[in-house]
Design a protein around this ligand. Sequence first.
Ligand code: SF4
Length: 335
Amino acid sequence: MAQPEYVIVRCKTALNRVHGMPFRWSLNPYSGCRHSCVYCFARQFYVKADHGDRTDFAARILVKENFPNVLRQELSKPSWLGESVVLGTATDPYQPAEGRFRLARQTLEALLRHQNPFSMLTKSPLVFRDLDVLSELARVATVRVYFSISSVDLDLWRTVEPGTANPFKRLEVLRALRQAGVPAGVLMAPVMPGLTDSLASIDGVAKSASDHGAMFFEAAPLRLMPTVKEHYMEFVRDEFPDLLARYERAYPGVHAPREYITALQKRIQAVRAGYTFADDHQRERSRQFNPAEHVHQRQLARACVSRLRRHFALKQQRRRQRADYRGSQSKRRGG
Ligand code: SF4
């Protein structure tokens, strides 16, 4: 692939409010992603925001240079309650640009400063560079790092994720994070019909995750939003023409047919049953009591109390300043 163009931009906000997802806040220090996965759903956001067309997504990367500064200000506001945030929902925060611009690292440092819980999704071994911040953060807040691995078939990997590092390199970094006490696991997403949805394919990823000490293993089916569908279908037409008719039948809309998803979920469950991930133990121990949730609630409560204290201290200080001012004014009039 040719060298990407990096465009330096300034952002007005860093914390992005999310609707219709299982999380409420996201952080994306870059727009566009050099990893160029053929199924990437973030392409639609890039095109919708008028940053370029679907091929620019991997070639023209927007770098929000003031992102860490804006985030630090937002996290310091009394109105911010320390809710969990997700880093990297519309871009990979550890794509090659991060080696040069270090925005993801500064984002982690800001979160650490505020002991703010967060989770992250990446396909890049570069995250190992920031192990010091991550392990510190994992000690003081709820942290979850997802390594996205769609296949461990190396021929297929090169075709579907042309700009990413070898999945086994990601798994090595996952192991290092786990050894440093950082909760990390594997997200096999998306599972692609006819390419990675067989029992053997799902088992290959789950086994590799287990062998590398993943704390959890999750998987999700392919969704094809409008711009993404255009891009993905072009890929299927070029690389796997035999599958094209099947995809056209299965994806008149965004989702695969319900029966297909049910059957896929059964296969995922069957594979998961063959392995024990650390999260499974934890889930078993906490059927009635979820420690992670408890810790998060405590962090939220602590954040609220300290913000309220700051708020009242500030109010008191202003009241004193007003009283002093009135005193000096009346003295001057009296004098
Ligand atoms: S790494 Fe993630 S954000 Fe980047 S192209 Fe792949 S799916 Fe999209």
